[in-house]
Design a protein. Structure first.
Length: 399
């Protein structure tokens, strides 16, 4: 490619200027806005180099930056493609479609390359995580997943086919698309389909336990999505649990406002929304006296199971933050759980891979709430599916 070396130098300058005080996507957008000389193709190629570099975590420490950028492109691509001009013939000859073989080649040809440091926080991982597979998964761009809502599959397939959008069916309701696929104006977002990671979709099978609490065929269950964010878990619950009385809350007023727009598109109009800070004891009068059959707690966390999508976190995250998140999660559980009805279920979810944020919540429940029993816990290993990795645990409040 004619401008490959120029793109490499531009990427090096951008990475050097990045301080980590904001998401890299936002920093990159600001940089390109301030440098109008870059066209859309330039921005795409420079971005690819930058993100490839971040995907290597701390494995390139001590290596000249431009050499590290080339090595990152080699590791993150199954074939040279447009980057062939950057590489000498031995690299091109040994450009294997096998990621393991590419890692081994870089290890043998670049001093200081340390693949064990792609994910720098191995000692903090949950014991269920397969360390090497998980670490190497960061070198692979995750897919974009959508969940097709009940009865809307024909609409979605027709829209994708007519617009030439490539997709792969994972389940009857889950489709995987190449990352970066533009879906604006394709079918009806949130009505026909929701953008939701494959692993996140799998939590539906756990929350279905709440169906047994329904008193009759047309009766509803009381559900509180207590850390609702964009409302993805609420829409999931609606689709899988059916009729329910829904309450959603979040600490951020702007999020609740955005959620209202999303619920309107999704056809969810019967619900109560609140701004609540669950790191503190509940004072919201709207929640006074209320009890729920199911509390969904998609807890704020490190997001370490999603860093394949924000790989700058591999080098910008600080280990001490894990304890901060763990304490916040415990405060949220402690303040939300008293709202659970007898025989009701509390679903705890994170998109973290750290034991302190995941399995460590179980002894906290057992010590603080001896009347609450663990029903099921699951580590959702998205790294086998080009998806996020998550944790979920379902608890039941006994009579």
């Amino acid at each position: 490619m004619k401008y490959a070396e120029n793109y490499l130098r531009s990427a090096a300058a951008i990475i050097t200027a990045y301080s980590g005080d904001m998401p890299f996507a936002g920093f990159l957008k600001m940089h390109f806005a301030a440098n109008k000389k870059f066209g859309s193709k330039d921005r795409r190629y420079i971005s690819q180099i930058c993100y490839s570099y971040f995907r290597t975590g701390n494995s390139m420490v001590g290596i000249d930056l431009e050499l590290a950028l080339k090595a990152a492109l080699y590791l993150c691509n199954n074939e040279p493609g447009v980057w062939a001009d950057l590489f000498d013939q031995p690299w091109l000859t040994n450009w294997s479609v096998s990621l393991t073989e590419r890692i081994e080649y870089v290890k043998n040809h670049i001093a200081y390359f340390n693949p064990t440091q792609i994910f720098p926080f191995v000692s903090c991982l949950s014991k269920t995580i397969e360390v090497e597979k998980f670490s190497q998964s960061h070198l692979i761009q995750p897919d974009l997943f959508i969940r097709v809502r009940p009865g809307r599959l024909p609409n979605v397939i027709k829209a994708f086919t007519s617009n030439g959008i490539a997709y792969k069916s994972i389940t009857e309701s889950c489709l995987a698309l190449p990352n970066g696929t533009k879906l604006e104006g394709i079918a009806e977002l949130d009505k026909d389909f929701v953008i939701q990671d494959y692993s996140s979709q799998q939590t539906a099978s756990i929350m279905e336990a709440a169906k047994q609490l329904r008193k009759g065929k047309d009766a509803s269950v009381d559900v509180w999505d207590c850390c609702a964010a964009s409302g993805g878990k609420s829409i999931l619950a609606r689709d899988f649990l059916g009729n329910m009385e829904l309450t959603v809350s979040d600490i951020r007023k702007s999020i609740i406002q955005n959620l209202a727009q999303r619920f309107e598109r999704a056809g969810i109009r019967k619900y109560q929304s609140l701004v609540v800070d669950l790191s503190m004891p509940i004072t919201a009068p709207e929640l006074a006296g209320m009890q729920f059959d199911l509390i969904i707690c998609d807890a704020p966390c490190s997001g370490s199971g999603t860093w394949g999508r924000t790989p700058e976190q591999l080098t910008q995250f600080s280990e001490h933050e894990i304890v901060v998140f763990q304490q916040l999660q415990q405060h949220i559980v402690q303040n939300a759980l008293p709202k659970l009805r007898n025989n009701g279920y509390f679903l705890y979810i994170t998109c973290s891979v750290f034991e302190a944020e995941n399995e460590a919540i179980i002894p906290f429940f057992e010590n603080k709430f001896p009347f609450v029993k663990l029903v099921e816990q699951i580590s959702i290993k998205g790294y086998d599916m080009k998806a996020d990795t998550m944790y979920a645990a379902l608890f039941k409040k006994m009579d």
